[in-house]
Design a protein around this ligand. Sequence first.
Ligand code: AMP
Length: 284
Amino acid sequence: MKFIRAIPAISRETKAARSSGHPVVLVPTMGNLHAGHLSLIRRARKLAGAKGTVVVTLFVNRIQFGPTEDFASYPRNLKRDTALCREAGVDILFAPSDAVIYPGAHSTYVVESRLAKRMEGASRPTHFRGVTTVVAKLFNLVQPDAAVFGAKDWQQAAVIRQMTTDLNFPIRIVVAPTVRERDGLALSSRNAYLSPAEREQATVLYDVIRAARLAVKHAPAPLPAGVLRRKLSRLVAKQRLAKLDYIEFFDPKTLEPAKRIDRGTHIALAVFFGKTRLIDNGRL
Ligand code: AMP
């Protein structure tokens, strides 16, 4: 595995990989790797093939965090991540510093202006601008054939797909399923912030998705969004340490809000436990 921290080296190495004629597949992450990330890496290897190149990036992207969010405390574990990538058969690990990605004079941002406004965008107004900017930069640096993202961040994947189309990046966007703990909690670096009591109650996010699935399954006709939202909000309210940010229903492709909830409608939610904000989503 090649470990790279500088721009000229990542450009040179990925150019050489492309010229081999085999696929180059990118997996962007913020590090502190868990089984969710590793499943993305396995998917990337399948797409790249044995002779292709899997590129993983580790970069805690300052500009996608709001001013009061957890950029400073976000878990960083370069040594462990490097070992995990090596074990997983990654070909190139790109772990640039902040100054490499955002030199002092950086002043250009990439903004997706429709899908990025709702849900996560409403709660975290500058978040997706940070995501699309760094992903566009990584696309330019690596120029992969495909890039793999997790369904855990459904809206993020939709925003990136839109940006890829709009800016004519010749890159296939692949979305891999959410990896969960045994009790249903989606794996996330932020789970590490939870106290034992919060961790116990954090299963409520998946409970909400399951309850919504059941409600849709047993409803004789499509359910009004308001009715289902109120029912599911009560489930969250039962958990003493949980504070609901949002529950939204939408079309999984267009992200258009759904007024009537049916099979195939998508649900997404965000819940605070103290300062820790968890998200999840699923198809109903
Ligand atoms: P992050 O390091 O949290 O920015 O995530 C990097 C990539 O891993 C993103 O595409 C996420 O959607 C994906 N990811 C994070 N958690 C999971 C999970 N539990 N299952 C599958 N993919 C995930």
